[in-house]
Design a protein around this ligand. Sequence first.
Ligand SMILES: *Cc1c(COP(=O)(O)O)cnc(C)c1O
Length: 404
Amino acid sequence: MTHKTLPEGLHPDTLAIRAAADRSQYGENSEALYLTSGYVQPTAEAAARRFAGDEEGFTYGRYGNPTVSSFEQRLASMEGTQAAMSTASGMSAILMMCMGLLQSGDHVVCSQSMFGSTIKLIGSDLAKFGVQSSFVPQTDVDAWRAAVRPNTKLLFAETPTNPLTEVCDIAALADIAHKAGALLAVDNCFATPALQRPVELGADIIMHSGTKFLDGQGRVMAGALCASQQMVTEKFLPVLKSGGMTLAPFNAWVVLKGLETLGIRMRAQSAQALALGEWLEGHPAVDRVFYPGLVSHPQHRLAMAQQGGLGGAVLSFAVKASNPDAARQRAFHVLDAMRVISLATNLGDTKTMAAHPASTSHGRMTEAQRQAAGIGQGLIRVAVGLEHIEDIKTDLLRGLDSLK
Ligand SMILES: *Cc1c(COP(=O)(O)O)cnc(C)c1O
């Protein structure tokens, strides 16, 4: 192997480009893509040791792959955890976490503003297997504390949230979890390790949808859990082996290469989002803008402290309207008038995307759940990309100006 061990103390931007599994004997500079489902074993004895877990070495594609390992090592180094386990999607990472850490009778506390599919998975699907859950207001630390029961095993937070960008206090939640003998998991999809490293604030598990900013150009699905080596080996690997939510090598390679530009993208896209948010706040047809980088955001100071002074690349705004029906019509008008921005519910792309959460990403929620989460019919979410900021503004003006 032509690999030299990396020195200690490298900056996250350097780790994003350099941390990975060993180079092959060919000394390739760009990470290799190993498209193989199986591995030839050197000897029968070695195969036995590898299957028993007594020796390092790949055995089967569902259990591991060198390209997948490179992605896992790089992401773990960026999050500051000992290890990571990748999955086929962000949702399957949450499924793996719950299957690995919970059993029937255990209790989970989540925010009621979590990603819609997360609420469905934990609140409904896992309830079928006897997992109990409570959903509390995202920013109310006392409500999180009050929801903890003797059987609480996990607190699961997402910050900032989708689509209202509500920010919760990671250190405070870690304290509540640990005093209760529970673990804190954080969905770090919106901030990414480029802005926020929850482990430094006491979180035990970092969950990712690699589909978003880690890929960065909207190409593949991926997910991951970052945690201690012991948790990854003892809790998550057995679920991967039997559950099979394995990340495909090609997708791992795409996301691995995406990580190399994560820092520069997050800083540039955050700057664009801040400029757009400030500008939207001044538009007469806009009722309110939700963006952690704005002084008007209720958790602005916490967000700036927790996210390295950056607001992230996602903002939402509500158009002015007299009632919910009119609000929905006006939001649809703005979205349908766009000619550059993609009408799409995804996020984390270089392409700016806008969507109507109440009828799409949050459409599966009941009206009561949506109201509890504060997602009105006039709300538009914008995942800000890297096009020229003036072209993004002009595209929103096409619809906004005719609302006056
Ligand atoms: C997209 C997303 C997920 C789910 O990830 P997938 O890769 O789509 O399965 C989870 N949490 C948040 C915050 C997301 O935006």
